[in-house]
Design a protein around this ligand. Structure first.
Ligand SMILES: [Zn+2]
Length: 301
């Protein structure tokens, strides 16, 4: 009898200690804590041996962090200039020691805003950028950081394959042309395929680039579409959406942005096709983890 009581007491102490341990862990990574109580550390652990795609919540801007089944990392875009501390916190929370592939989709600040700091502070493997540049200080700083680190830029263009993880196919579908009138259309568009799950990252590519991609006859189909240009009406044309035929859509957009992104016309277009939409402004950080068959979504809120 005494023995059972004593055992019960020990069990309670063990339970209390483990509960305290849990709360400390969650508190440490509060910025990326999801409503299910998962931290960046937990998301990364869940993605082990799988493909993890994390649409970081950078407000009005874009940034996608990918972790491959073999643990390789890819960062597509880096959020706007005022998100430096947030981006470095994300990198710390996800324990990113090296970015194997850094893709800067195009030379606008809401995509390359913190790239200079990221390049300065984190080990980078390969870096892809379209040939089209910009005259802004932000863009110049990115080039400076690349030069200081002795990195070479590989030109982002349609038709190239990126060497990342032997189990994952990474292709670039745009820019098809070397130059465009609008910088948005120079966006590198990346398709990542793991088994039956595929993800299309479109930067701010607009109708002109979408038309070129359609005419290029590349396979545009994808399970998950990152909606172009934050849901602007200038992107996600009906013919492009028809060809991509996504099962899910993600919009990287900040709440109350002055551009009024995402637009009703694009939301309606997605809604008519019955495509569920996840948005950073409504859901916080959006995570997709796939074993190559099913996709498990994790929303911060
Ligand atoms: Zn943008």
């Amino acid at each position: 009898m005494f023995m059972r009581k004593w055992l019960g007491f020990v069990m309670m102490v063990v339970l209390a200690i483990s509960l305290v341990g849990c709360s400390i862990q969650v508190g440490d990574t509060a910025t990326t804590k999801s409503e299910t109580g998962l931290s960046a550390k937990q998301l990364k652990a869940d993605a082990a041996g799988k493909l993890g795609v994390f649409y970081l919540d950078v407000g009005q801007g874009s940034s996608q962090l990918l972790i491959s089944p073999a643990g390789k990392t890819m960062l597509i875009d880096t959020g706007d200039i005022d998100k430096e501390q947030l981006m470095l916190k994300y990198m710390k929370d996800y324990d990113i020691k090296k970015i194997d592939i850094l893709v800067l989709s195009h030379a606008h600040a809401d995509h390359i805003g913190t790239a200079s700091s990221i390049i300065d502070q984190i080990d980078i493997g390969k870096i892809y950028m379209p040939r089209a540049g910009n005259t802004t200080k932000t863009y110049e700083n990115v080039l400076k950081s690349i030069k200081n680190k002795g990195l070479k830029v590989t030109t982002a263009k349609a038709g190239i394959t990126l060497d990342w993880d032997e189990k994952v196919k990474v292709e670039m579908l745009a820019p098809v042309q070397a130059t465009y009138e609008d910088l948005n259309d120079t966006s590198a568009v990346v398709k990542v395929t793991y088994g039956q799950s595929s993800f299309l990252f479109t930067g701010d590519a607009e109708r002109v680039s979408e038309k070129d991609m359609l005419e290029s006859k590349a396979d545009l189909s994808a399970t998950v579409l990152t909606v172009g240009h934050h849901g602007s009406s200038s992107s996600t044309s009906a013919s492009f959406l028809k060809k991509v035929k996504p099962k899910y859509a993600v919009i990287q957009v900040g709440a109350g942005n002055s551009y009024k992104h995402p637009t009703e016309v694009v939301l309606n277009r997605l809604d008519k096709q019955g495509i569920p939409v996840y948005r950073n402004d409504l859901n916080g950080q959006v995570g997709a983890i796939t074993d190559g068959k099913e996709i498990k979504w994790t929303l911060e809120r």
